[in-house]
Structure formats: structure tokens, C-alpha cells
Design a protein around this ligand. Structure first.
Ligand code: PPY
Length: 358
């Protein structure tokens, strides 16, 4: 697992007080300090947590490299026991912050699955100034979800324009898998644009909200892949596009916010052999990762961040789709090549050559 990773630095810390494990995987600092969210959840075992951190950190390198943003890729994963109580969790977050600060700017973090801007406020007590997405009250940029949702929305419009010759989503049937922070915000944007949104979800509170209160059509999780729609938007977990699911798809476009949607690299080829257009995950879901460091580290206003996200997602996807069709290669391959060109242009500037503080 480690030899295939290709990353730079791995920190694994056991938190004895809570029996949690902290994994910080710094995949690349070639384009700048490495950044990526902190995912906190119970994993079946340490190997599963480590594998998730390694995979997600590499994805972040590509996510920042494709648009040429001055950050490298990283991810933190915190494997917690099922029954972690809130006070113990706060202590764990503070100790995690200390660890982030000890990395002295090699690693910047923010929220991911299982963590929130409120958690970033706690982590920043010990981890500042390396913590993105603190709450607005604390002076941070807050929840990155709406920026990610905006990028995915624009990406879906762009893909529909490419496939159907029409950006309007009026009456397009769009299946959103996962109505959480990003998926939920995406559903709102799609509905405002006149789309027919159907959704799948496992959380009873979210099912209640979107099916029973808003009145959307609900698709049970086991029926997702065979459901007929124009656009499939995976906004839940990774690995949903696989040898098992791809043949079942009844859509023309795949575009969603989940990280690492392809179960294996071969699944990019598998999709390319169908007539389904896949918007590569780390291009269409870059919104939060682009907007927040832009706002907090590069002086962008929130409005400017929204413009950057919309323009980048649209322009880049159009370019990727044209290359993919022109050269008959998977869209994911075209996106990867773009990211690799930016990494290569940065030259051999290994970030592991960290200057000692003087
Ligand atoms: C992601 O897009 O998956 C992220 O991890 C976003 C991000 C990037 C940098 C800081 C916080 C969150």
C-alpha cells in the first residue's frame, strides 16, 4: 500500500486518551504547502483509515494541480471509536491541532466528512494559523460546501451543454446520490434552475426533509445505478463507479461532488466505452478547495471566489471534454494529464527539502 502511494510524508499518531488514531498523509508539496480536509469517522481498522488517507491525499494533489493552484495535496483521517463523547472529541481535536502546528506549515487543513467549521474553531485553538474554514464569527471562510455545490452545478450545466447542446437544466432529470452538506445545496441550485431532481440518501432526517417536506422523488440506495436519468450526481462516498455499477447506469452524464468516484483507474476506460460523459471528480468538485484558500490565503472576496470557481469548472471541463473526444481517451485521463503538466512545470522542487527555521 505504502510503496504504491508516491507521497512525501506520513504522520501516524495514536491518541491514547480516546483510543483514536490520527493519520496525516502529505502527498505532495511540489506546488506549495499541502492542504486537505480532515475526515473523522469510525473505520473498521487502522489499515482502512490509512488506505483512505493515502488515496484521498493523492486526489488532493491532482485537485490543486489541475487548476494550477499553489497548494500541494494532503488529507488527514482520524479514526475514532464508535462511542466517542463530545468532551473527549474536543480534547482529541485540540491535540490534533497541536500536531498540525508542529508540522510548521507543511500541512493546512479544513473540514471533510465528519468535521465542521465549528470543529475547525476548536482545532485552530492549537493549530492556527494552519486551519482553513473556521466559522465566519471566528474570522474564517466558514462552510466550503456551498462553493463545492456551485462548482458541481456549473459542471453539470457544462456537461449537459456538451452532450445535449443546451445548458438549460429545465426538465432534465438529475439523480443526486447523497443529500448532505454538498448534495443538499446542489439539489437547491438544480431545482432553482428548473431541473427535475430525484435523490437517494440513507440518513432518515435528510430523507424526511427532501422527500416528505420538499416532495422530491426518492430512490432507494439499491436502485440508484439502474435509475433512468439525464445526469447522475454522486455526492456521497467514493468508489461508486465500478465494474459492477457502470454497466447498470441509465444516464448520459456523471457529475458529482464525491471524491474518488472511480473504484479503480480502469473504470475510467470502462465509462469511456459507453456513451456516458464523466466529469472528472476532482475537477468538478474543486469549488471548496479553490474558494477557501483563495479567500483565506490569497485575499479573494467571497464573490470573487464564486466567479473563479464557476469560470474554472466551466472552462476546464470544456477543455477536458474536447481533448477526450478528439483523442478518444477517457475524460479522467485528459484531466490527469492537465494536472501532471502543471506538476512537471513546477520542476523538481521537492517540498521535503524544508528549510530549518532560523
Ligand atoms: C476537498 O476538496 O476534498 C478538500 O479537502 C477541501 C479542502 C481543501 C483545503 C482545505 C480544506 C478543505
Amino acid at each position: 500500500m505504502l510503496t504504491n502511494w508516491g507521497g512525501e510524508t506520513l504522520v501516524i499518531r495514536r491518541d491514547r486518551a480516546t483510543d483514536a488514531w490520527i493519520v496525516i498523509a502529505i502527498h505532495s508539496t511540489r506546488l506549495g504547502p499541502a492542504a486537505g480536509g480532515t475526515r473523522l469517522k469510525p473505520y473498521p481498522d487502522l489499515d482502512a483509515a490509512l488506505a483512505d488517507a493515502l488515496r484521498l491525499s493523492a486526489g488532493m494533489t491532482y485537485k490543486f494541480a489541475a487548476p494550477g493552484l499553489p497548494f500541494g495535496g494532503a488529507k488527514a483521517v482520524i479514526k475514532v471509536p464508535d462511542d466517542l463523547d463530545p468532551a473527549a472529541r474536543t480534547g482529541l481535536l485540540r491535540r490534533f491541532g497541536t500536531l498540525v502546528r508542529q508540522l510548521d506549515g507543511q500541512f493546512y487543513t479544513g473540514p471533510d466528512v465528519g468535521t465542521s467549521p465549528d470543529d475547525m474553531d476548536v482545532i485552530a485553538e492549537t493549530g492556527a494559523p494552519y486551519i482553513f474554514c473556521r466559522t465566519l464569527d471566528a474570522g474564517g471562510a466558514g462552510d466550503p460546501g456551498p462553493y463545492t455545490a456551485l462548482g458541481v452545478f456549473v459542471g453539470i450545466r457544462t456537461a449537459c451543454e456538451f452532450v445535449f447542446g443546451d445548458t438549460s437544466l429545465r426538465s432534465r432529470r438529475i439523480l443526486v446520490q447523497g443529500a448532505g452538506d454538498v448534495g443538499g445545496a446542489l439539489i437547491e441550485l438544480l431545482r432553482e434552475d428548473g431541473a427535475e431532481v430525484v435523490f437517494s440518501e440513507v440518513d432518515p432526517a435528510l430523507i424526511d426533509r427532501f422527500r416528505d417536506q420538499i416532495g422530491l422523488e426518492y430512490v432507494s440506495p439499491d436502485a440508484v445505478y439502474g435509475t433512468e436519468c439525464d445526469v447522475f450526481a454522486p455526492c456521497a462516498l467514493g468508489g461508486v463507479l465500478s465494474a459492477d455499477t457502470i454497466p447498470k447506469l441509465r444516464c448520459r452524464v456523471i457529475g458529482g461532488s464525491a471524491n474518488n468516484q472511480l473504484a479503480t483507474p480502469q473504470d475510467a476506460e470502462r465509462i469511456a466505452e459507453t456513451d456516458v460523459l464523466y466529469a472528472p471528480d476532482y475537477v468538478i468538485n474543486v469549488g471548496g478547495a479553490m474558494a477557501v484558500p483563495g479567500i483565506e490565503a490569497m485575499g479573494w472576496t467571497p464573490e470573487h471566489a464564486e466567479e473563479e470557481v464557476q469560470e474554472y469548472v466551466r472552462e476546464t471541463l470544456l477543455q477536458i471534454f474536447e481533448i477526450a473526444v478528439g483523442e478518444r481517451i477517457p475524460t479522467d485521463t485528459a484531466a490527469r494529464r492537465m494536472a501532471e503538466e502543471h506538476l512537471a512545470a513546477a520542476g523538481d522542487r521537492p517540498g521535503t527539502d524544508i528549510e530549518p527555521a532560523r
